[in-house]
Design a protein around this ligand. Structure first.
Ligand code: ADP
Ligand code: ADP
Length: 233
């Protein structure tokens, strides 16, 4: 079954007399367990599509079905609820709480899920273990390297078992070696069955995804299996 199905979605911004067509008509199906990269030049609509897929925004037109639910016309409150349950976000800038330990950062989303502290800590530690950082649980972000911080952010994104891991330029703040280590982690998470969508403008990062969707001027320019990867693996 598809986790994500968009049908002819469009997004228009009106700014005074100007109408900006950020997305014109985008139809994408993503089955459970896929690993997809969204690529495209600046202004092509990547952030807009990411915001819609991540339930941070709704389309002006068209339909978006996430895990069987039509989220295209939901209110902000309904959308927030779906988002917390279904989407795990990873950002370029990690977005960790600086004064909280790695464990507390990862456990945070579980407070909203209504688990008690002991359950939260157990689940958070398990999630840190999955990204290879169980031994850094008590460290604060400033005691960790950039790559370790991003691993904490990934553990936080996954702690709720979301339907989709949505990563916006996840290696944008990392050096090349660390970026490739994070991509190796994504590959391991993919192998465990996670559905991953990553937005990137870097070809050598997109190369890790198993499918590449290229946007241009608010349209899908191409949507292809990553043959380069198939050749190497
Ligand atoms: P990308 O992420 O590929 O750079 P965006 O989705 O950010 O592309 O932008 C697509 C187009 O929509 C651009 O022309 C951008 O300026 C415009 N845009 C994006 N967000 C807004 C907004 N909130 N208000 C007005 N225009 C926007
Ligand atoms: P990114 O770093 O992901 O490219 P942007 O700088 O494109 O992010 O966008 C940052 C925020 O500003 C987003 O919420 C986006 O929707 C909004 N935005 C982008 N372009 C415009 C625009 N032309 N006018 C108003 N808001 C915009």
């Amino acid at each position: 079954p598809n986790v994500i199905e968009t049908t002819d979605i469009a997004k228009t911004y009106v700014m005074g007399a100007e109408v900006i067509h950020a997305l014109r008509s985008v139809s994408i199906q993503i089955p459970r367990g896929e690993y997809v990269a969204f690529m495209g030049p600046s202004g092509s609509g990547k952030s807009t599509l990411m915001n819609i897929v991540g339930c941070l925004d709704t389309p002006s037109k068209g339909q978006y079905i996430l895990n069987g639910q039509d989220v295209s016309r939901m209110s902000d409150n309904q959308l927030a609820e779906v988002r917390n349950k279904e989407i795990g976000f990873v950002f370029q800038s990690f977005n960790l709480l600086p004064r909280a330990s790695a464990l507390d950062n990862v456990a945070l989303p579980l407070i909203y899920a209504g688990l008690n502290k002991r359950e939260r800590n157990e689940r958070a530690l398990e999630s840190l273990r999955a990204v290879g950082l169980a031994d850094r649980a008590s460290h604060r972000p400033n005691e960790l390297s950039g790559g370790q911080r991003q691993r904490v952010a990934i553990a936080r994104a996954l702690v709720n078992n979301p339907s989709v891991l949505l990563a916006d330029e996840p290696t944008g703040a990392l050096d090349s070696k660390t970026s490739h280590e994070i991509m190796d982690l994504f590959e391991a998470l993919y192998a465990k069955g996670n559905t991953i969508i990553m937005v990137t403008h870097e070809e050598d990062i997109a190369r890790y995804a198993h499918r590449i969707v290229r946007l241009r001027d608010g349209l899908v320019e191409s949507d292809e299996v990553n043959l380069q990867l198939a050749v190497h693996s």
